[in-house]
Design a protein around this ligand. Sequence first.
Ligand code: GLN
Length: 230
Amino acid sequence: MCRHLGWLGAPRSVASLVLDPPQGLLVQSYAPRRQKHGLMNADGWGAGFFDSGVPRRWRSDKPLWGDASFASVAPALRSGCVVAAVRSATIGMPIEPSASAPFTDGEWLLSHNGIVDRAVLPLSAVAESTVDSALLAALVFQQGMDVLGDTIAEVGALDPNARLNILAANGSRLVATTWGDTLSVLRLPDGVVLASEPYDDDPGWADIPDRHLVTVAGSDVELTPLKGSV
Ligand code: GLN
């Protein structure tokens, strides 16, 4: 189970979101606090951000804690919309940079935290990797982000063992689903953070209930129950 994080708000450095927080993705890569599946996230990482509307990514199949180049450059990468993740590969899945989130269709950046039986997903000629998350991303992109909640509920119905926490952004919107794993939200004066687990002990963090769709636009955070939620 991976861990992911999204930011929508005033421009911030990627380092301030990913590397600097006391329990940020860097620490979560070796000592996550709320991870229910897997012990650590050492199979890769990805940092994506929007630069004048263009999605840009830096991905790796190595542990985040060992990347001195990223640590050096991340303080200089600034954006008002960021999607980052650290990866714990599901057994049998490839470990390669293209299997690390975020995935993209050129408009959205998308991370998947979870697992899904690839047999319930359509074959895709455009998926970036054969990892389950890349096939799921290709399906979500193809169906359209406006029906993300329906797509996740449908995949969840086809594979009852699936865990389908999605986090995606397009520069002006953050959207996420909870389906089998944790997600928390932190509203700050200059923006909103969505994260698999709180990156610090700020009392403002709130847990998102399972099987919900979260939409963040500006400072508005909207929660909608998904089909199949109890
Ligand atoms: N199944 C995905 C992978 O193998 C995501 C794993 C995860 O959430 N830990 O990369």
